[in-house]
Design a protein around this ligand. Structure first.
Ligand SMILES: N[C@@H](CCC(=O)N[C@@H](CS)C(=O)NCC(=O)O)C(=O)O
Length: 199
């Protein structure tokens, strides 16, 4: 069995989608969380200088979505057909495009707050409207069973809702999708036991 080591900060952030996939698959892995204070000395040792990274039997994979897509394929959660896989990728990329609008690393709290408010108030509705239309009355975003796109929606919307709790109130179908993901036994167990972090 492969040895997996996932390295990230002690945050959900860009590693949480992979932690969901590990939880769902039941694969054992090392959830290696580094302290922010230690990052400057660790950064030069990491290929491309960014985290998360996943080491698989000593091979280092970078980029959170490349890592998660690999795990999704290994777990049967990438989509059942090539078209479903492309759709799941497209939904993940669409959500990720939105998440990358936020100035996560901004140190000036006033600037940060204003940018977050602007994005959550003015830009989020368009994404939510389109995602809701894409989901329609289906149980899952792509195909007839859960995929990593559903996990990504849950992971990212958890962070968005922590910033603006009423964000998705007009979209009960998207909120119900969160409930379905969080009710999957392995995901429910992970959410229960994971370290409590701000993001
Ligand atoms: N597109 C990359 C972004 C990676 C990234 O920017 N990681 C941040 C943490 S979320 C990081 O390593 N920050 C520390 C730094 O850039 O020195 C991914 O999805 O993995």
């Amino acid at each position: 069995m492969a040895h997996y080591k996932l390295t990230y900060f002690n945050l959900r952030g860009r590693a949480e989608i992979s932690r969901y996939l590990f939880a769902y698959s039941g694969k054992k892995y090392e959830d290696h969380r580094i302290e922010a204070a230690d990052w400057p000395k660790i950064k030069p040792t990491i290929p491309f200088g960014k985290i998360p990274i996943l080491e698989v039997d000593g091979v280092t994979i970078h980029q959170s979505l490349a890592i998660a897509r690999y795990l999704a394929r290994e777990t049967g959660l990438a989509g059942q057909t090539p078209v479903e896989q492309a759709l799941a990728d497209a939904i993940v990329d669409t959500i990720d495009d939105f998440m990358t609008l936020f100035p996560w690393a901004e140190k000036n709290q006033d600037v940060r707050k204003q940018a977050f408010n602007d994005i959550l108030t003015n830009k989020a509705p368009e994404l939510l409207k389109d995602l809701d239309a894409f989901l329609g009355d289906n149980n899952w975003l792509v195909g007839k069973s859960v995929t990593w796109a559903d996990f990504y929606w849950d992971v990212c919307s958890t962070t968005l809702l922590s910033c603006k709790p009423d964000l998705a109130d007009s979209y009960p179908r998207l909120l119900a999708l969160r409930d379905r993901v969080q009710a999957l036994p392995a995901i429910a167990a992970w959410i229960q036991k994971r370290p409590k972090t701000i993001m």
